[in-house]
Design a protein around this ligand. Structure first.
Ligand code: AMP
Length: 138
C-alpha cells in the first residue's frame, strides 16, 4: 500500500488551499459537499488527520468519521425528505477510490430515482443551496 500523499485534494481542502462547501466540522472530522453530486445533497465526510482509507485508518479515526456520518445522514435525510440514503466508501484504485484520503459518501435517495452518472460537475449555486438545507437540519 502506498504512503499517504499530503497533496491529495482533500488534504488541500483541510488546509484551506482550495475551496469547499463546508457543512459541518469538529476537531476530528469535516463534512462538505461533493462537487460532482450523484444525488441532491451528496456529501463527503473525512477525518481531519491523514489516512488513505479504511486499511490504514486508526480505530479512533474510523469512530470519529462514522459518528459524523451518522449525524450528517440524519440531517441530510430530513433536509431532502429522502426515503433513504446510500453510503459509499472505496478503498484503493481497485476498489474504486480516486481521492486517497479516507472519505464516506452520503447520498440522499428517493424511491425510484436512480443516481446520476459519476463524473459530472454540479451547479455550484445548487450545491450551495443544498448545503444550506443540510446545515439548517443539523
Ligand atoms: P472516490 O475516491 O471514488 O470516492 O471519488 C472521489 C469523490 O470526490 C468524487 O465523488 C468526486 O466528485 C469528489 N471530489 C473530487 N474533488 C473534489 C473537490 N475538490 N470537492 C468536493 N468533492 C470532490
Amino acid at each position: 500500500m502506498q504512503a499517504y500523499d499530503p497533496d491529495n485534494v482533500f488534504a488541500k481542502i483541510l488546509r484551506g488551499e482550495i475551496p469547499a462547501t463546508r457543512v459541518y466540522e469538529d476537531s476530528d472530522t469535516l463534512a462538505f459537499m461533493d462537487i460532482m453530486p450523484r444525488s441532491d445533497g451528496h456529501l463527503l465526510v473525512i477525518p481531519t488527520t491523514p489516512c488513505r482509507n479504511v486499511l490504514d485508518a486508526s480505530p479512533a479515526q474510523l469512530e470519529a468519521v462514522i459518528r459524523t456520518v451518522k449525524k450528517l445522514s440524519v440531517a441530510a435525510k430530513a433536509a431532502f425528505a429522502a426515503d433513504g440514503l446510500t453510503i459509499q466508501q472505496f478503498n484503493e484504485a481497485a476498489g474504486g477510490q480516486e481521492v486517497f484520503h479516507l472519505h464516506f459518501h452520503i447520498l440522499p435517495r428517493h424511491d425510484g430515482v436512480a443516481l446520476r452518472a459519476p463524473g459530472q460537475m454540479g451547479d455550484m449555486a445548487a450545491i450551495a443551496a443544498h448545503a444550506d438545507k443540510i446545515r439548517a437540519a443539523l
